[in-house]
Design a protein around this ligand. Structure first.
Ligand SMILES: [Zn+2]
Length: 528
Protein backbone atom coordinates (compact mmCIF):
# COMPACT_ATOMS: atom_id res chain seq x y z
CA UNK A 1 0.00 0.00 0.00
CA UNK A 2 1.45 3.33 -1.08
CA UNK A 3 0.66 6.72 0.42
CA UNK A 4 0.01 8.28 -2.97
CA UNK A 5 0.18 7.63 -6.69
CA UNK A 6 0.48 10.36 -9.30
CA UNK A 7 -1.33 8.68 -12.18
CA UNK A 8 -0.68 8.91 -15.89
CA UNK A 9 1.53 12.02 -16.01
CA UNK A 10 4.03 12.89 -18.71
CA UNK A 11 7.11 12.51 -16.55
CA UNK A 12 10.33 14.50 -16.90
CA UNK A 13 12.78 12.93 -14.46
CA UNK A 14 15.20 15.88 -14.24
CA UNK A 15 17.60 14.39 -16.80
CA UNK A 16 17.89 15.40 -20.43
CA UNK A 17 15.93 12.43 -21.83
CA UNK A 18 12.50 12.77 -23.40
CA UNK A 19 9.37 12.67 -21.27
CA UNK A 20 7.74 9.28 -20.57
CA UNK A 21 4.20 8.54 -19.50
CA UNK A 22 4.12 6.67 -16.18
CA UNK A 23 2.75 6.56 -12.67
CA UNK A 24 4.80 7.73 -9.70
CA UNK A 25 4.34 5.87 -6.42
CA UNK A 26 5.16 7.54 -3.09
CA UNK A 27 5.63 6.23 0.44
CA UNK A 28 7.12 7.91 3.50
CA UNK A 29 8.23 10.95 1.55
CA UNK A 30 10.15 8.97 -1.07
CA UNK A 31 9.53 7.85 -4.63
CA UNK A 32 9.23 4.06 -4.28
CA UNK A 33 7.63 2.88 -7.52
CA UNK A 34 7.61 4.01 -11.18
CA UNK A 35 5.82 2.60 -14.20
CA UNK A 36 2.31 1.20 -14.58
CA UNK A 37 0.91 1.14 -11.05
CA UNK A 38 -2.76 0.35 -11.88
CA UNK A 39 -2.61 -2.79 -9.76
CA UNK A 40 -1.13 -0.98 -6.76
CA UNK A 41 -3.26 0.39 -3.94
CA UNK A 42 -2.66 3.85 -2.52
CA UNK A 43 -4.21 6.17 0.07
CA UNK A 44 -4.68 8.84 -2.58
CA UNK A 45 -4.59 8.96 -6.37
CA UNK A 46 -3.62 12.26 -8.01
CA UNK A 47 -4.70 12.29 -11.64
CA UNK A 48 -2.03 13.82 -13.89
CA UNK A 49 -3.13 12.29 -17.19
CA UNK A 50 -3.05 15.56 -19.16
CA UNK A 51 -0.19 17.08 -17.18
CA UNK A 52 3.59 17.22 -16.91
CA UNK A 53 5.11 15.75 -13.75
CA UNK A 54 8.66 16.73 -12.80
CA UNK A 55 10.85 17.15 -9.72
CA UNK A 56 10.24 20.29 -7.67
CA UNK A 57 12.50 23.17 -8.66
CA UNK A 58 15.53 24.08 -6.55
CA UNK A 59 16.79 27.63 -6.14
CA UNK A 60 20.33 27.27 -4.83
CA UNK A 61 20.90 31.03 -4.73
CA UNK A 62 18.36 32.91 -2.66
CA UNK A 63 18.61 35.35 0.25
CA UNK A 64 15.67 34.18 2.39
CA UNK A 65 17.82 33.53 5.50
CA UNK A 66 15.41 35.53 7.67
CA UNK A 67 12.38 35.54 5.35
CA UNK A 68 11.90 31.81 6.01
CA UNK A 69 10.60 32.84 9.44
CA UNK A 70 7.87 35.11 8.02
CA UNK A 71 4.42 33.50 8.38
CA UNK A 72 3.66 33.74 4.65
CA UNK A 73 6.96 32.12 3.62
CA UNK A 74 6.55 29.35 1.06
CA UNK A 75 3.59 30.54 -0.97
CA UNK A 76 5.29 32.72 -3.58
CA UNK A 77 7.93 29.99 -3.82
CA UNK A 78 5.43 27.12 -4.28
CA UNK A 79 3.50 29.07 -6.90
CA UNK A 80 6.59 29.10 -9.11
CA UNK A 81 7.36 25.43 -8.44
CA UNK A 82 10.07 25.69 -5.80
CA UNK A 83 10.33 22.86 -3.29
CA UNK A 84 13.87 23.58 -2.05
CA UNK A 85 15.72 26.86 -1.67
CA UNK A 86 19.25 27.49 -0.45
CA UNK A 87 20.22 30.64 1.44
CA UNK A 88 23.47 31.99 2.85
CA UNK A 89 24.79 33.16 -0.52
CA UNK A 90 27.32 35.83 -1.57
CA UNK A 91 29.38 35.45 1.62
CA UNK A 92 26.37 36.50 3.70
CA UNK A 93 24.53 34.03 5.93
CA UNK A 94 22.39 34.48 9.03
CA UNK A 95 24.78 32.13 10.88
CA UNK A 96 27.32 31.39 12.24
CA UNK A 97 28.66 34.31 14.22
CA UNK A 98 29.21 35.09 17.85
CA UNK A 99 28.96 38.32 19.83
CA UNK A 100 32.42 39.75 19.01
CA UNK A 101 31.42 41.62 15.83
CA UNK A 102 27.67 41.05 15.94
CA UNK A 103 26.56 44.66 15.42
CA UNK A 104 28.77 45.20 12.36
CA UNK A 105 27.84 41.82 10.91
CA UNK A 106 24.12 42.50 11.28
CA UNK A 107 24.47 45.84 9.53
CA UNK A 108 26.50 44.13 6.75
CA UNK A 109 23.80 41.48 6.34
CA UNK A 110 20.68 43.56 6.76
CA UNK A 111 20.36 45.09 3.27
CA UNK A 112 20.50 41.62 1.73
CA UNK A 113 18.74 39.33 4.20
CA UNK A 114 16.62 41.95 5.99
CA UNK A 115 16.18 42.93 9.60
CA UNK A 116 12.69 41.66 10.19
CA UNK A 117 13.10 38.40 12.11
CA UNK A 118 14.37 38.01 15.64
CA UNK A 119 16.48 34.99 14.74
CA UNK A 120 20.09 35.50 15.66
CA UNK A 121 21.67 32.11 16.26
CA UNK A 122 25.35 31.69 17.06
CA UNK A 123 25.78 28.46 15.13
CA UNK A 124 24.62 26.89 11.89
CA UNK A 125 23.16 24.02 13.93
CA UNK A 126 21.00 26.47 15.90
CA UNK A 127 19.90 28.16 12.69
CA UNK A 128 18.90 24.87 11.04
CA UNK A 129 17.14 23.76 14.23
CA UNK A 130 15.17 27.02 14.12
CA UNK A 131 14.21 26.29 10.49
CA UNK A 132 12.94 22.83 11.44
CA UNK A 133 11.11 24.15 14.49
CA UNK A 134 9.37 26.72 12.30
CA UNK A 135 8.05 23.92 10.01
CA UNK A 136 8.30 25.58 6.61
CA UNK A 137 6.16 24.58 3.63
CA UNK A 138 9.28 23.88 1.53
CA UNK A 139 12.83 22.68 2.18
CA UNK A 140 15.50 25.17 3.17
CA UNK A 141 19.24 24.61 2.83
CA UNK A 142 22.08 26.86 3.92
CA UNK A 143 25.54 27.81 2.80
CA UNK A 144 27.87 29.32 5.36
CA UNK A 145 28.99 32.78 4.29
CA UNK A 146 32.74 33.25 4.19
CA UNK A 147 32.26 36.99 4.74
CA UNK A 148 30.41 36.33 7.99
CA UNK A 149 32.99 33.80 9.15
CA UNK A 150 35.84 36.19 8.36
CA UNK A 151 34.07 39.14 10.01
CA UNK A 152 33.41 37.00 13.10
CA UNK A 153 37.13 36.19 13.31
CA UNK A 154 38.63 39.50 12.21
CA UNK A 155 35.98 42.20 11.87
CA UNK A 156 35.90 44.31 8.73
CA UNK A 157 39.61 45.18 8.69
CA UNK A 158 41.52 44.93 5.41
CA UNK A 159 44.71 42.99 4.87
CA UNK A 160 45.89 39.46 5.52
CA UNK A 161 44.69 37.53 8.57
CA UNK A 162 46.93 36.78 11.53
CA UNK A 163 47.71 33.12 12.25
CA UNK A 164 45.15 33.12 15.04
CA UNK A 165 42.46 34.75 12.89
CA UNK A 166 43.13 32.19 10.14
CA UNK A 167 42.75 29.36 12.66
CA UNK A 168 39.41 30.84 13.72
CA UNK A 169 38.26 31.09 10.11
CA UNK A 170 39.13 27.40 9.61
CA UNK A 171 37.29 26.49 12.78
CA UNK A 172 34.27 28.54 11.65
CA UNK A 173 34.17 26.73 8.29
CA UNK A 174 34.64 23.26 9.79
CA UNK A 175 32.00 23.78 12.46
CA UNK A 176 29.45 25.19 9.99
CA UNK A 177 29.94 22.22 7.67
CA UNK A 178 29.69 19.73 10.52
CA UNK A 179 26.49 21.52 11.59
CA UNK A 180 24.87 21.00 8.18
CA UNK A 181 25.91 23.84 5.86
CA UNK A 182 25.84 22.57 2.26
CA UNK A 183 28.86 24.60 1.17
CA UNK A 184 30.74 27.85 1.64
CA UNK A 185 29.68 31.02 -0.14
CA UNK A 186 32.03 33.87 -1.00
CA UNK A 187 31.20 37.51 -1.61
CA UNK A 188 34.47 38.69 -3.14
CA UNK A 189 32.85 41.84 -4.46
CA UNK A 190 32.04 42.88 -0.90
CA UNK A 191 33.95 43.69 2.28
CA UNK A 192 35.26 41.77 4.14
CA UNK A 193 35.74 38.89 1.61
CA UNK A 194 37.26 41.37 -0.88
CA UNK A 195 40.19 41.75 1.54
CA UNK A 196 41.39 38.23 0.68
CA UNK A 197 43.91 38.07 -2.16
CA UNK A 198 44.00 34.83 -4.15
CA UNK A 199 46.63 33.27 -1.92
CA UNK A 200 44.81 34.32 1.23
CA UNK A 201 41.60 32.87 -0.16
CA UNK A 202 43.21 29.48 -0.80
CA UNK A 203 44.59 29.52 2.76
CA UNK A 204 41.25 30.51 4.25
CA UNK A 205 39.41 27.76 2.39
CA UNK A 206 41.95 25.04 3.22
CA UNK A 207 39.34 22.92 5.08
CA UNK A 208 37.67 22.26 1.69
CA UNK A 209 40.82 20.78 0.11
CA UNK A 210 40.29 17.48 -1.79
CA UNK A 211 36.67 17.28 -0.68
CA UNK A 212 33.22 17.37 -2.24
CA UNK A 213 31.95 20.49 -0.46
CA UNK A 214 31.37 23.25 -3.02
CA UNK A 215 32.43 26.89 -2.93
CA UNK A 216 29.72 29.16 -4.39
CA UNK A 217 31.27 32.45 -5.35
CA UNK A 218 30.02 35.94 -6.04
CA UNK A 219 33.15 36.89 -7.93
CA UNK A 220 35.48 39.80 -7.25
CA UNK A 221 34.59 41.56 -10.48
CA UNK A 222 31.51 40.93 -12.63
CA UNK A 223 32.26 43.69 -15.13
CA UNK A 224 35.29 44.58 -17.20
CA UNK A 225 37.50 42.06 -15.37
CA UNK A 226 35.01 39.19 -15.14
CA UNK A 227 37.40 37.02 -17.19
CA UNK A 228 40.20 37.65 -14.66
CA UNK A 229 37.82 36.87 -11.82
CA UNK A 230 36.84 33.56 -13.43
CA UNK A 231 40.54 32.69 -13.84
CA UNK A 232 41.15 33.54 -10.19
CA UNK A 233 38.41 31.16 -9.06
CA UNK A 234 39.63 28.41 -11.39
CA UNK A 235 43.07 28.84 -9.75
CA UNK A 236 41.45 28.50 -6.32
CA UNK A 237 39.44 25.41 -7.36
CA UNK A 238 42.57 23.83 -8.89
CA UNK A 239 44.63 24.53 -5.76
CA UNK A 240 41.95 23.16 -3.44
CA UNK A 241 40.65 20.39 -5.72
CA UNK A 242 37.05 21.08 -4.71
CA UNK A 243 33.80 21.79 -6.59
CA UNK A 244 33.21 25.39 -7.67
CA UNK A 245 29.90 27.12 -8.41
CA UNK A 246 30.17 30.54 -10.11
CA UNK A 247 27.18 32.48 -8.82
CA UNK A 248 25.00 34.71 -11.00
CA UNK A 249 27.40 34.66 -13.96
CA UNK A 250 27.16 37.82 -16.06
CA UNK A 251 29.19 40.65 -17.59
CA UNK A 252 28.15 44.04 -16.26
CA UNK A 253 28.58 47.09 -18.46
CA UNK A 254 27.52 48.16 -21.92
CA UNK A 255 31.14 47.86 -23.20
CA UNK A 256 31.38 44.27 -21.99
CA UNK A 257 28.08 42.96 -23.28
CA UNK A 258 28.31 40.21 -25.94
CA UNK A 259 32.11 40.24 -25.63
CA UNK A 260 33.11 38.80 -22.27
CA UNK A 261 30.60 35.98 -21.77
CA UNK A 262 31.31 33.95 -24.93
CA UNK A 263 35.03 33.92 -24.03
CA UNK A 264 34.31 33.04 -20.39
CA UNK A 265 32.06 30.14 -21.43
CA UNK A 266 34.88 28.78 -23.60
CA UNK A 267 37.35 28.95 -20.72
CA UNK A 268 34.84 27.16 -18.49
CA UNK A 269 34.25 24.41 -21.07
CA UNK A 270 38.03 23.91 -21.31
CA UNK A 271 38.33 23.69 -17.51
CA UNK A 272 35.62 21.03 -17.42
CA UNK A 273 37.52 19.00 -20.03
CA UNK A 274 40.60 19.38 -17.86
CA UNK A 275 38.63 17.74 -15.03
CA UNK A 276 37.79 20.74 -12.83
CA UNK A 277 34.47 20.38 -11.05
CA UNK A 278 33.20 23.80 -12.09
CA UNK A 279 29.56 24.76 -12.71
CA UNK A 280 27.76 28.09 -12.90
CA UNK A 281 24.35 29.67 -12.49
CA UNK A 282 22.41 32.70 -13.71
CA UNK A 283 19.14 34.56 -13.30
CA UNK A 284 17.04 35.30 -16.38
CA UNK A 285 16.69 39.10 -16.16
CA UNK A 286 18.84 41.93 -17.52
CA UNK A 287 18.43 43.81 -14.22
CA UNK A 288 19.90 42.76 -10.90
CA UNK A 289 19.19 43.96 -7.42
CA UNK A 290 21.57 44.60 -4.56
CA UNK A 291 22.58 47.19 -2.01
CA UNK A 292 22.94 50.72 -3.34
CA UNK A 293 26.20 51.05 -1.40
CA UNK A 294 27.81 48.67 -3.91
CA UNK A 295 28.03 51.51 -6.40
CA UNK A 296 30.82 52.80 -4.13
CA UNK A 297 34.48 51.75 -4.36
CA UNK A 298 35.02 48.81 -1.98
CA UNK A 299 37.75 50.50 0.10
CA UNK A 300 35.23 52.90 1.64
CA UNK A 301 33.27 49.93 3.03
CA UNK A 302 36.09 49.00 5.38
CA UNK A 303 34.82 49.04 8.93
CA UNK A 304 31.20 48.33 8.05
CA UNK A 305 28.13 50.37 7.20
CA UNK A 306 27.94 52.46 10.39
CA UNK A 307 31.53 53.61 9.91
CA UNK A 308 30.74 54.41 6.29
CA UNK A 309 27.64 56.36 7.32
CA UNK A 310 29.83 58.56 9.57
CA UNK A 311 32.47 58.89 6.83
CA UNK A 312 29.88 60.23 4.43
CA UNK A 313 29.86 63.47 6.47
CA UNK A 314 33.56 63.96 5.66
CA UNK A 315 34.16 66.16 2.57
CA UNK A 316 37.57 64.51 1.95
CA UNK A 317 35.92 61.07 1.78
CA UNK A 318 33.19 62.40 -0.48
CA UNK A 319 35.77 63.92 -2.84
CA UNK A 320 37.66 60.62 -2.88
CA UNK A 321 34.44 58.74 -3.77
CA UNK A 322 33.52 61.27 -6.45
CA UNK A 323 36.93 60.84 -8.09
CA UNK A 324 36.80 57.04 -7.87
CA UNK A 325 33.27 56.93 -9.33
CA UNK A 326 34.46 59.03 -12.26
CA UNK A 327 37.66 57.08 -12.92
CA UNK A 328 37.73 53.73 -11.10
CA UNK A 329 38.16 50.64 -13.26
CA UNK A 330 39.60 48.27 -10.65
CA UNK A 331 36.20 47.34 -9.16
CA UNK A 332 32.58 46.95 -10.34
CA UNK A 333 32.06 50.65 -10.85
CA UNK A 334 28.40 50.18 -11.68
CA UNK A 335 27.41 53.80 -12.30
CA UNK A 336 30.31 54.14 -14.76
CA UNK A 337 29.67 50.73 -16.35
CA UNK A 338 25.97 51.19 -17.06
CA UNK A 339 25.20 54.85 -16.26
CA UNK A 340 23.23 56.34 -13.33
CA UNK A 341 20.06 56.21 -15.45
CA UNK A 342 20.11 52.41 -15.20
CA UNK A 343 20.03 52.45 -11.40
CA UNK A 344 16.66 52.60 -9.60
CA UNK A 345 16.12 53.13 -5.86
CA UNK A 346 14.01 50.09 -4.97
CA UNK A 347 13.77 49.99 -1.18
CA UNK A 348 14.59 52.22 1.77
CA UNK A 349 13.35 52.76 5.31
CA UNK A 350 13.16 56.44 6.23
CA UNK A 351 9.77 58.11 5.62
CA UNK A 352 11.45 61.35 4.51
CA UNK A 353 12.99 59.52 1.53
CA UNK A 354 9.76 57.93 0.27
CA UNK A 355 9.61 60.49 -2.56
CA UNK A 356 12.59 58.93 -4.34
CA UNK A 357 11.45 55.31 -4.06
CA UNK A 358 11.16 53.72 -7.50
CA UNK A 359 12.98 56.55 -9.27
CA UNK A 360 16.05 56.38 -11.48
CA UNK A 361 19.00 58.12 -9.81
CA UNK A 362 19.09 61.14 -12.20
CA UNK A 363 15.33 61.74 -11.66
CA UNK A 364 15.70 61.37 -7.91
CA UNK A 365 18.73 63.69 -7.84
CA UNK A 366 16.89 66.30 -9.91
CA UNK A 367 13.98 66.14 -7.45
CA UNK A 368 16.41 67.11 -4.66
CA UNK A 369 18.26 69.67 -6.80
CA UNK A 370 21.53 67.70 -6.53
CA UNK A 371 23.91 65.91 -8.84
CA UNK A 372 23.88 62.10 -8.91
CA UNK A 373 26.92 61.64 -6.63
CA UNK A 374 25.81 64.00 -3.86
CA UNK A 375 22.29 62.62 -4.00
CA UNK A 376 23.49 59.01 -3.71
CA UNK A 377 25.88 59.76 -0.84
CA UNK A 378 23.25 61.77 1.06
CA UNK A 379 20.65 59.05 0.57
CA UNK A 380 23.04 56.37 1.84
CA UNK A 381 23.95 58.56 4.83
CA UNK A 382 20.36 59.27 5.78
CA UNK A 383 19.42 55.55 5.45
CA UNK A 384 22.50 54.30 7.35
CA UNK A 385 23.47 52.64 4.04
CA UNK A 386 20.43 50.33 4.06
CA UNK A 387 19.02 51.05 0.60
CA UNK A 388 18.56 48.59 -2.24
CA UNK A 389 18.65 49.25 -5.97
CA UNK A 390 17.51 47.57 -9.15
CA UNK A 391 20.26 47.98 -11.71
CA UNK A 392 20.04 47.22 -15.44
CA UNK A 393 23.45 45.66 -15.82
CA UNK A 394 23.47 42.86 -18.41
CA UNK A 395 22.12 42.12 -21.89
CA UNK A 396 19.68 39.50 -23.12
CA UNK A 397 22.12 37.88 -25.58
CA UNK A 398 24.54 37.09 -22.74
CA UNK A 399 21.73 35.65 -20.62
CA UNK A 400 20.69 33.41 -23.48
CA UNK A 401 24.27 32.26 -24.14
CA UNK A 402 24.64 31.36 -20.45
CA UNK A 403 21.24 29.63 -20.22
CA UNK A 404 22.10 27.51 -23.28
CA UNK A 405 25.44 26.37 -21.77
CA UNK A 406 25.58 22.85 -20.43
CA UNK A 407 26.53 23.20 -16.75
CA UNK A 408 24.29 26.12 -15.86
CA UNK A 409 21.61 26.06 -13.17
CA UNK A 410 18.82 28.61 -13.02
CA UNK A 411 18.86 30.68 -9.83
CA UNK A 412 17.00 33.79 -8.69
CA UNK A 413 19.38 35.67 -6.34
CA UNK A 414 16.10 36.93 -4.86
CA UNK A 415 16.00 39.11 -1.77
CA UNK A 416 12.94 39.79 0.38
CA UNK A 417 12.84 43.53 1.10
CA UNK A 418 10.35 44.46 3.81
CA UNK A 419 9.66 47.89 2.29
CA UNK A 420 9.46 49.07 -1.30
CA UNK A 421 9.46 46.99 -4.42
CA UNK A 422 11.15 43.60 -4.72
CA UNK A 423 12.74 42.40 -7.96
CA UNK A 424 10.13 40.44 -9.97
CA UNK A 425 12.40 37.37 -9.87
CA UNK A 426 11.26 36.89 -6.28
CA UNK A 427 7.84 35.81 -7.59
CA UNK A 428 8.34 34.71 -11.16
CA UNK A 429 11.89 33.48 -11.81
CA UNK A 430 11.26 29.77 -12.29
CA UNK A 431 8.01 30.03 -14.22
CA UNK A 432 9.72 32.60 -16.47
CA UNK A 433 12.31 29.98 -17.50
CA UNK A 434 9.60 27.87 -19.16
CA UNK A 435 7.19 30.61 -20.24
CA UNK A 436 9.85 32.77 -21.89
CA UNK A 437 12.75 30.51 -22.87
CA UNK A 438 10.84 27.34 -23.79
CA UNK A 439 7.33 28.40 -24.85
CA UNK A 440 8.01 31.83 -26.38
CA UNK A 441 11.65 31.96 -27.55
CA UNK A 442 12.25 28.20 -27.99
CA UNK A 443 15.79 28.70 -26.72
CA UNK A 444 15.58 25.50 -24.64
CA UNK A 445 13.55 22.32 -24.79
CA UNK A 446 11.28 21.60 -21.84
CA UNK A 447 13.53 18.75 -20.58
CA UNK A 448 16.55 21.08 -20.77
CA UNK A 449 14.81 23.87 -18.86
CA UNK A 450 13.52 21.45 -16.21
CA UNK A 451 17.00 19.91 -15.90
CA UNK A 452 18.54 23.33 -15.21
CA UNK A 453 16.03 23.86 -12.38
CA UNK A 454 16.16 20.36 -10.88
CA UNK A 455 18.98 17.87 -11.29
CA UNK A 456 21.60 20.43 -12.26
CA UNK A 457 21.27 22.60 -9.10
CA UNK A 458 20.86 19.47 -6.94
CA UNK A 459 24.10 18.10 -8.35
CA UNK A 460 25.84 21.46 -7.86
CA UNK A 461 25.35 21.09 -4.10
CA UNK A 462 25.64 17.29 -3.98
CA UNK A 463 21.95 16.84 -3.06
CA UNK A 464 21.71 13.32 -4.46
CA UNK A 465 18.10 12.65 -3.40
CA UNK A 466 16.71 15.88 -4.84
CA UNK A 467 15.99 17.19 -8.34
CA UNK A 468 15.21 13.79 -9.86
CA UNK A 469 12.43 11.30 -10.28
CA UNK A 470 13.90 7.89 -9.54
CA UNK A 471 13.41 5.18 -6.96
CA UNK A 472 14.65 6.38 -3.57
CA UNK A 473 14.58 10.09 -4.42
CA UNK A 474 12.72 12.59 -2.23
CA UNK A 475 9.12 12.94 -3.40
CA UNK A 476 9.30 16.70 -4.06
CA UNK A 477 7.15 16.87 -7.19
CA UNK A 478 5.21 19.23 -9.46
CA UNK A 479 2.09 18.68 -11.57
CA UNK A 480 1.31 21.35 -14.17
CA UNK A 481 0.63 22.14 -17.81
CA UNK A 482 3.71 23.92 -19.22
CA UNK A 483 1.55 25.88 -21.67
CA UNK A 484 -0.32 27.47 -18.73
CA UNK A 485 2.71 28.87 -16.86
CA UNK A 486 2.70 32.63 -16.53
CA UNK A 487 4.89 35.15 -14.72
CA UNK A 488 2.29 37.64 -13.53
CA UNK A 489 4.71 40.16 -11.98
CA UNK A 490 6.73 42.85 -13.72
CA UNK A 491 9.24 45.52 -12.63
CA UNK A 492 6.31 47.93 -12.17
CA UNK A 493 4.15 45.39 -10.28
CA UNK A 494 6.49 42.67 -9.03
CA UNK A 495 4.50 41.31 -6.09
CA UNK A 496 2.15 39.03 -8.02
CA UNK A 497 2.09 35.27 -7.73
CA UNK A 498 3.11 33.30 -10.79
CA UNK A 499 0.28 31.17 -12.17
CA UNK A 500 0.01 27.71 -13.68
CA UNK A 501 1.77 25.51 -11.13
CA UNK A 502 -1.21 23.42 -10.01
CA UNK A 503 -0.07 20.83 -7.53
CA UNK A 504 3.17 20.65 -5.52
CA UNK A 505 4.24 17.81 -3.25
CA UNK A 506 6.98 18.27 -0.67
CA UNK A 507 8.27 15.08 0.94
CA UNK A 508 5.35 13.24 -0.68
CA UNK A 509 2.69 15.51 0.84
CA UNK A 510 0.56 17.90 -1.27
CA UNK A 511 1.30 21.44 -0.12
CA UNK A 512 -0.37 23.14 -3.08
CA UNK A 513 -3.27 21.17 -4.58
CA UNK A 514 -5.08 22.39 -7.70
CA UNK A 515 -3.82 25.88 -6.93
CA UNK A 516 -4.88 25.96 -3.28
CA UNK A 517 -2.57 25.78 -0.26
CA UNK A 518 -3.41 22.67 1.76
CA UNK A 519 -1.97 23.91 5.05
CA UNK A 520 0.64 21.13 5.10
CA UNK A 521 4.17 22.17 6.03
CA UNK A 522 6.46 19.18 5.47
CA UNK A 523 9.59 21.23 4.62
CA UNK A 524 12.86 20.50 6.43
CA UNK A 525 16.37 21.84 6.62
CA UNK A 526 17.90 20.32 3.47
CA UNK A 527 20.82 17.98 4.05
CA UNK A 528 22.92 15.64 1.93
ZN1 LIG B 1 25.83 37.79 -5.14
Amino acid sequence: MLDRIIRGGTVLDGGLGAARQMDVGIRNGKIVALGDLHETEAGEILDASTRTVCPGFLDIHRHADLAVFRPEFGELELRQGLTTIVNGNCGMSAAPFGPAHRTEILSYLSPVIGTDAPVCPDSMADYLDAVNARQPRINVGMLAGSGVIRADAAGFAAGPLSAEQLRNVHKGIETALADGALGISLGLGYAPDCFYDTKGLIEALAPLRNGSVPIAVHMRDEGTNVDRSVSEMLTVARALNCPLELSHLKAIGTENWRRKIPAVLEVLARSRREGLRVRWDAYPYTAGSTQLLHVLPPEVLEGGTEVLTRRLFDPTVRDHIRKRLAEGEDYNNISKLVGWENIIVSSLRQPENRDVLGLRIPEAAALRGQDEVDFTLDLLRSEHCIVTMIDYITCEEDIQAILRSDMVSLISDATYPSTGQPHPRLYGNFVRMIERYVNQLKLLTLPEAVHKMTRSPADALGLKRKGRIEIGADADLLIFDPADLHEAGSFEHPARFATGIETVLVAGVPVLKNGILTGAAPGRAASR
